[in-house]
Design a protein around this ligand. Structure first.
Ligand SMILES: [Zn+2]
Ligand SMILES: [Zn+2]
Ligand SMILES: [Zn+2]
Length: 357
């Protein structure tokens, strides 16, 4: 039974390792984990600070898309961004940092990027982007053009965040569902920026080398990985200029990488037609991932070339959507090798099967 043999998978983009071990799916489960739940509607709690009409419960708007006739910090908006009231980073007034904030610690050997010295103040920017005035409006029920407009707002916020820390990096991410790490159900994203290049981006930058050969032409590591996904049939969906595929190595949850076919280092360079295609792919993939998870929990993020490393044009921007893995066991924690029970192709099949009809 060859299909049951464990196999190594390595991700050339992130450097992550994992093992696909199908037999582990047959483990007895004594803790009684739940079954995948059907997508349900979300109740609107009366005190949600992100709902329209509750603008006074959030910090003032940093940026907003709203009806021309409406008042700032009042009703009548489509998307709004404000500082996170519970930030991970200590805010600065204008993004200015001192030398000690930036640190002069040792350099990460692979990417030669500065590493924050232990004890340095974690200065940075942390904002919330509320994606809809309505509490019960998940991505899966919104029209593609509305999601595309939201992605354009993401772009604008990313440009603003990067300009605060021109030598650092910014990350835009979403948490949805009780196991996502997020605390509020109202659809929203968050954006952080800091005067350092975050380790995931640093690792991917170090691996983003131009000039891999692909037949006659040269390609980047990410494009080569998309070709590999096509050969192993782990492409989930393709819409125009955006392909979504299951990467080779991943955690025990499902993960999908969303990649533009045109090479561009920064998400802020994505064209409006790419944003429309990305919106269509997100609208298909996120609800399917939610349905694959017993608690409907997902995370989503965008990896874009850090502003502080403009020279590395080999980096290819992308987004990633994941459902939550079961808690890692001792092997996974001690080895940083993730173990999962399904091949990338089988995960792609399941996610296609979960698309809303
Ligand atoms: Zn709400
Ligand atoms: Zn590329
Ligand atoms: Zn990435």
């Amino acid at each position: 039974m060859r299909g049951a043999l464990p196999t190594w998978q390595c991700d050339p983009v992130t450097g992550a390792w994992s093992i696909v071990a199908p037999l582990r799916a047959a483990r007895p489960e004594e803790y009684g984990l739940g079954r995948p739940r059907p997508a349900g509607s979300v109740r609107r709690p009366p005190d949600c600070p992100f709902c329209e009409g509750h603008e006074a419960r959030t910090p003032p708007e940093l940026d907003v898309v709203r009806a021309r006739s409406s008042e700032p910090n009042g009703v009548g908006w489509r998307f709004r961004a404000f500082r996170n009231r519970f930030p991970t980073f200590e805010p600065t007034r204008n993004g200015a940092t001192t030398k000690s904030d930036r640190g002069t610690g040792p350099r990460a050997s692979s990417a030669r990027l500065p590493v924050p010295p232990a004890g340095a103040r974690a200065v940075g920017h942390h904002e919330v982007i509320v994606e809809t005035p309505r509490h019960d409006r998940p991505i899966g029920v919104r029209p593609v053009r509305e999601i595309a407009a939201l992605l354009e707002f993401y772009q604008r916020r990313l440009v603003a965040a990067e300009s605060r820390f021109p030598r650092g990096s910014a990350l835009l991410f979403r948490n949805q569902g009780p196991r996502s790490g997020g605390s509020l159900a109202h659809p929203h994203a968050q954006l952080v920026a800091a005067p350092f290049v975050f380790p995931t981006l640093a690792a991917e930058l170090a691996r983003a080398r131009p000039g891999l050969r692909a037949g006659r032409r040269r390609t980047c590591a990410l494009e080569a990985d998309v070709r590999l996904a096509e050969r192993r049939r782990s492409v989930v969906v393709r819409r125009g200029g955006i392909t979504a595929y299951v990467p080779g190595a991943g955690t025990g949850g499902f993960s999908v990488r969303l990649v533009p076919s045109t090479h561009a280092p920064s998400f802020t360079e994505a064209t409006s037609s790419e944003l429309r295609d990305l919106a269509a792919v997100v609208r298909a993939v996120l609800p399917s991932l939610e349905r694959s998870d017993p608690t409907g929990s997902t995370n989503f993020w965008i990896h874009s070339l850090p502003a502080g490393t403009p020279a590395n044009r080999a980096f290819h921007w992308h987004a990633e959507a994941v459902s939550r893995a079961p808690d890692p066991d001792g092997f996974e924690l001690s080895s940083r090798v993730a173990v999962r029970t399904l091949e990338p192709r089988a995960i792609a099949d399941r996610l296609r099967g979960g698309f809303a009809r």
